[in-house]
Design a protein around this ligand. Structure first.
Ligand SMILES: Cc1cc2nc3c(=O)[nH]c(=O)nc-3n(C[C@H](O)[C@H](O)[C@H](O)COP(=O)(O)OP(=O)(O)OC[C@H]3O[C@@H](n4cnc5c(N)ncnc54)[C@H](O)[C@@H]3O)c2cc1C
Length: 477
């Protein structure tokens, strides 16, 4: 990972937004004036023409990142901005912390894990649109990221039924990471975010949120389970980035709780060291190829995890209680189940066989019914982001991408909604910041939740066997 830590501060030209309003184009102004004149001439009959909104353009000072390098991060401005309590130090929570740090927004992160490496966090992520958003967190390069340039789809006997990616379309000469998917271990991405936080950690490890209460002075009291005791803290704004089984979501949504929705399949994951497979000399294991093989029911997906390891994801339809029981049995039975179901082409059996069971895990796949902005109106100064707000199946590889976009959007909304000339206490945070943030987040992520659920069905059906040079299930995978 890039260890040279640079501090950042909000770009003065765009106020940290990354985009600037350069006003209406001459053409749009004239068109509006013409419509207004016609309306006036008609004696103001019917609805008046709506004033067009100016297009926001990328800020050239900060190259649209919203940040400029600085000697030190800005001193947290607790007069202008509310103190933000972030629940959860996963991808979304860490990202929000970094975005707040660079913008001078005071924050504290509360994470139930005892430390960064508390438990196995082992799987790889594919960064798609969030790759370009990373510069809004001050991350310009992911040294541990691997770029894939070739995607291949097979039948179980190895017959190729689709091929796409830069090596196919650009005759192999185009190796830039721009507009490509970056594969990175989840923990390496969290590490890159943690490195950004530097000494300003503000992470309270070993704090599990139990309860929130509104206090008389407009603040929110948070109670945590910490080292066997109940510990209290307070904040002005609480963000639940506490994952698919979010405690804050359960508190906020009562009695409209939207239960987990089982998507009729299990995912079994493994990470395999490539050095044990060098003798195969198989081009599918060149650390730049993503491939999948499906038989119309079960599906194997393999991608680079880092330069020396490959990650596999095997999925198939199964009843929910059987999926729970199989995942609870642990790595060895999960490995045997994958081996039993994949007497397929090289290198699939070899990779599974060489995978250390310590790096195998299995999960039933869930999402939840979509939230709507109407469901959030009585949430006060609390909100959700990432999987807590919009969990989705992993089959379009969008969960972490959306969590990163949410975090950046919320930090920008806080900067925009608070005004340097008055205290945040004079601002209706829900109306000025949270409702606007939630409307945009829920609209953007709803498409991904729906498409990811659809992909869970398509990828385990005959449809996946169609010959076509493009992603299956309508997404990156
Ligand atoms: C197999 C698999 C493959 C995936 N592949 C991709 C991919 O390729 N691309 C992609 O974009 N996404 C992918 N995802 C999804 C992605 O990992 C998640 O969407 C993403 O991690 C969500 O981030 P988050 O911060 O919302 O939640 P999480 O990363 O789950 O973090 C939640 C954090 O909250 C903490 N927490 C929970 N409850 C409490 C509490 N009460 N108090 C305090 N802390 C609490 C947890 O310990 C955890 O650290 C994949 C997911 C899986 C399972």
């Amino acid at each position: 990972m890039n260890t040279s830590k640079t501090s950042y501060t909000p770009c003065p030209d765009c106020n940290g937004q990354g985009r600037v309003n350069r006003g209406l184009s001459k053409k749009a102004r004239l068109r509006y004036q013409k419509a207004l004149d016609a309306y006036t001439r008609s004696g103001a009959q019917g609805p008046a023409p709506a004033k067009p909104k100016a297009h926001l353009q990328p800020c050239s000072t900060c190259l649209a990142s919203g940040l400029i390098p600085a000697e030190q991060p800005p001193v947290p401005d607790s007069d202008t901005y509310p103190h933000v309590a972030i629940i959860g130090a996963g991808i979304g929570g860490m990202a929000l912390a970094v975005a707040c740090l660079h913008r001078g927004i005071p924050f504290t992160v509360y994470e139930r894990d005892l430390h960064f490496d508390s438990r196995s966090q082992g799987y790889g992520l594919t960064l798609q649109q969030a790759h370009t958003a990373l510069k809004g967190f001050g991350i310009h390069e992911l040294q541990d990221g691997v770029v894939s340039t070739r995607h291949i789809a097979h039948q179980p006997d190895g017959t190729v039924i689709g091929e796409w990616g830069m090596r196919k379309w650009d005759t192999g000469t185009h190796t830039t990471s721009k507009k490509t998917n970056i594969h990175i271990a989840r923990q390496a991405l969290r590490r890159a975010l943690l490195d950004q936080l530097g000494d300003a950690h503000q992470i309270q490890w070993g704090h599990q949120l139990l309860e929130i209460k509104q206090t008389g002075d407009g603040a929110i009291q948070l109670d945590f389970q910490a080292a066997g005791n109940v510990k209290s803290a307070s904040a002005h704004l609480v963000v639940g980035a506490d994952g698919i089984r979010s405690t804050l979501r359960t508190m906020l949504l009562k009695p409209q709780l939207t239960p987990l929705r089982y998507l009729d399949c299990i995912v079994i994951l493994g990470i395999c060291d490539l050095q044990n497979l060098n003798h195969l000399k198989n081009p599918l294991l060149d650390s730049a190829t993503v491939f999948q093989t499906a038989d119309g029911t079960a599906r194997m997906y393999m991608m680079p995890y880092d330069r020396d390891r490959v990650m596999w994801q095997f999925s198939f339809p199964i009843a929910e209680d059987e999926a729970k029981s199989l995942s609870a049995q642990g790595p060895e039975p999960l490995k045997k189940e994958v081996q039993r179901r994949t007497p397929w082409h090289e290198p699939i059996p070899e990779v599974i066989s060489e995978t250390d069971p310590a790096f195998i895990s299995g999960y039933p796949v869930y999402d939840r019914e979509l939230l709507t902005p109407e469901m959030t109106t009585n949430w006060g100064n609390c909100t959700l982001l990432g999987d807590a707000a919009h969990p989705m199946s992993p089959f379009k590889g969008q969960g972490a991408n959306q969590a990163l976009l949410d975090a950046l959007a919320l930090a920008k909304r806080i900067t925009k909604g608070c005004n340097l000339s008055k205290s945040f206490k004079e601002i209706n945070l829900r109306k000025k910041i949270l409702s606007k943030f939630e409307t945009e987040m829920l609209q953007r992520s709803a498409l991904k939740v729906t498409a990811s659920a659809k992909a869970a069905a398509v990828l385990h059906s005959e449809k996946v066997l169609q010959e076509r040079d493009g992603p299956r299930g309508g997404g990156v995978q």
